[in-house]
Write a protein that binds this ligand. Structure first.
Ligand SMILES: [Zn+2]
Ligand SMILES: [Zn+2]
Length: 303
């Protein structure tokens, strides 16, 4: 997670600072944190023209260090713009989707072992990119697919597909493929009754290699395919399995470390004023002395 990636949370109703607590472990040395942050800042300065620096490049002197704990138990160091902002006041980056995570979540870089991706409803078709492909090869591209099936799905000429960035019900973003002429307002297309019977048969064959009948219940993926067959195979699929759900974790607590660049205490204003008054008094006395000496000189000249 880049130290310099910051963005405010849009949820204004959330209570700030309610997760303050003691986070186990120790902060790393300040110099090490500053060195890393300055490296991230240098990279951002390479990426943006100087005119955008005030917008996108944070100043180390403005950053406040925190230790956060996630629901998985992992602890990390994060930054906020100033000591009055809390770690869950900002939104962190999903490094795969390159989108912001929902408020209060953090991408845990620790590998916690294999996790099943849950299926989520697509709630928003955000934007899309068209990609062109050459004609598919004559021979199947997949080892496991027989020639007959390949002939059915093979595209003999150049073709293109739309790759959509979609927002899921969990608040995460994923990519989904559709036909180029499809628009979200069209809704998903369904296949014919004959075709759905064929799809059902094909999956039964794949899932029952020993000639057993029925539907083995083995994974969320199979459950999902079963559901899609019941709905006559809507395309694009109205659901998507979410990888981010297996990596994003809720922030469960945070503790202050301190400013990234330690603040040096300026002399209090009152004592500065006091010094100034003393100096002014001495200057006035000196000026009075000069005036007196000049007068003596002038008087001497006249005498
Ligand atoms: Zn973790
Ligand atoms: Zn998700």
């Amino acid at each position: 997670m880049s130290a310099a990636e910051t963005a405010p949370v849009d949820d204004q109703t959330r209570e700030s600072g309610k997760l303050l607590k003691r986070v186990p472990g120790r902060a790393r040395p300040q110099k090490e944190a500053l060195r890393e942050f300055e490296k991230a800042v240098a990279e951002l300065r390479q990426r943006y023209q100087p005119v955008f620096w005030p917008l996108f490049v944070p100043e180390p002197k403005d950053m406040f260090r925190w230790r956060v704990q996630l629901e998985c138990g992992c602890t990390y160091e994060v930054y906020t713009h100033g000591e009055d902002k809390y770690p869950d006041d900002r939104r962190y980056l999903d490094p795969i989707a390159r989108c912001r995570l929902p408020g209060g979540e953090y991408w845990c870089p620790t590998d916690h072992g294999p996790a099943q991706k849950p299926y989520r409803d697509i709630v928003e078709w955000v934007d899309r990119k068209i990609t062109e492909f050459p004609a598919d090869p004559e021979e199947s591209e997949y080892d496991w697919m027989d020639a007959e099936t390949w002939a059915k799905i093979r595209k003999p000429g150049p073709h293109s597909s739309a790759f959509w960035r979609v927002k899921l019900a969990c608040g995460h973003y994923e990519q989904v493929c559709s036909d180029v002429d499809w628009k979200p307002e069209d809704g998903p297309k369904l296949v014919s009754e004959e075709r759905i019977a064929e799809i059902r048969r094909e999956f039964e064959e794949i899932w029952n290699p020993e000639g057993r009948t029925g539907w083995p219940h083995e994974s969320p993926e199979r459950d999902h395919i079963r559901k899609m067959i019941e709905l006559r195979w809507p395309r694009p699929d109205p659901k998507r399995d979410c990888f981010t759900c297996t990596r994003a974790r809720r922030i469960t607590g945070y503790q202050r470390i301190g400013w990234l660049v330690p603040k040096t205490n300026p002399a209090p204003a009152s004592s500065a004023n006091l010094d100034r008054k003393k100096v002014e008094a001495r200057l006035a006395a000196a000026e009075a002395e000069v005036r007196k000496l000049r007068k003596q000189l002038d008087d001497g000249k006249d005498a």
